[in-house]
Structures are given as structure tokens and as C-alpha cells.
Design a protein around this ligand. Structure first.
Ligand SMILES: [Zn+2]
Length: 69
């Protein structure tokens, strides 16, 4: 379990905590995906978070570092 208080400011700024860039950061969306969400996910515009059971839901994903935060 990561320290989510570390990630929160980065998620708010949409900046990856590893590469410190916004260039490869996309939003993570939850819930049952619509056809448009599937297309956006295939195009790399969003990440699908699925149905996550847990205290912390990452809202951003860095495509370069494969990190959710
Ligand atoms: Zn990154």
C-alpha cells in the first residue's frame, strides 16, 4: 500500500511523481466503461480503473512509468 498522502499533490497537479512530467499522464476512470471509454482507453487517452475495492483510488496514470497515483 503506497503512502497516498505522498501521491495526492502529484495527482492534483496531474504530474507523475517519477518522471515529474505531465506529458504521459492520463486520467483513470472507474465504473463500467461505456463504448466511448473503451475507445479512449484503446487510444491511450484514459486508463480504466475497473471496480476497485480499497481505500485509495488512483486518479492518474503515467503511461511512461506504468504508475497509478
Ligand atoms: Zn512518469
Amino acid at each position: 500500500m503506497p503512502d497516498t498522502s505522498f501521491y495526492e499533490p502529484f495527482a492534483a497537479k496531474k504530474t507523475c511523481p517519477v518522471c515529474l512530467s505531465r506529458k504521459n499522464v492520463i486520467p483513470v476512470l472507474y465504473g463500467f466503461p461505456s463504448p466511448k471509454m473503451f475507445r479512449d482507453a484503446d487510444a491511450g487517452k484514459i486508463a480504466l480503473g475497473g471496480c476497485v475495492i480499497g481505500d485509495y483510488h488512483p486518479t492518474r496514470y503515467c503511461k511512461k512509468d506504468h504508475l497509478e497515483f
